[in-house]
Design a protein. Sequence first.
Lengths: 121, 121
Amino acid sequence: MSRSNPRVLNTLERAGGFASAQEVYHLMQRAGESIGLTTVYRSLQSLADDKIVDVLRRDDGESIYRLCGDAHHHHLVCKGCGDAIEIPGGAIEKWAKTMAEEHGFRDVGHSAEIYGLCRKC
Amino acid sequence: MSRSNPRVLNTLERAGGFASAQEVYHLMQRAGESIGLTTVYRSLQSLADDKIVDVLRRDDGESIYRLCGDAHHHHLVCKGCGDAIEIPGGAIEKWAKTMAEEHGFRDVGHSAEIYGLCRKC
DNA sequence: ATGGAAATGAAAATCATTTTCATTTGTGCT
DNA sequence: AGCACAAATGAAAATGATTTTCATTTCCAT
């Protein structure tokens, strides 16, 4: 069993919030760090096993990871230019909690995204 | 654009309204129906576009489809068994609208999902 | 019948992820 | 230092779902 490469966790932190294995890999490449894709996958998996990161699936099927307990925010994404604005969760937080409790769910998190066309597009 | 092959929808119904593309394909094969995998994928996609079926992701990355109840809803997904419960949007709808307006976005939609561990897991 | 549009499906391409395996690195021991 | 052995690494191949390509077939309206 392999342990997590600290640089991977580091990169995930710098990415702020969610990132896929591929994204972490490319971020590291661009940062000039030498690492193999395989190691990135193994490290993220290991972090997930240790409950240090959360794993979710994006709609396109890619797995995304984020630090547990990270103060999270949501995104307002433009369908045209892809630009994303960070926004506070507001009412969602309570909604998620209520819904989860109502159905007896534990260890709950949530994801939410708003998408549309920004002024420029 | 292709329209949905009715036999696909039919099979999905017989499957208990919950199956992956591969499963639908194999069910049809076993039932002696002649159909191509490609057509199954296209039909399910088309049904999803028309909001006739819901698309979710299983933990192994396979997309699963099921007949969906009705209008707009969100999902409470179990990280353990992958089971998904439909829940009303509630506060989210207004939140999305407010946030979008605040930033001058038009043509707005949103997605939201709650995940956790269900009672059984 | 005839032409064109839509539907079909076999095979190839794609893409994230996993596996294999040979090599490198690290650590403890003498 | 020298040695042995376990863990970590990563390139390349394998996997498996999904998508694309493209040639063929089916449907309709004329």
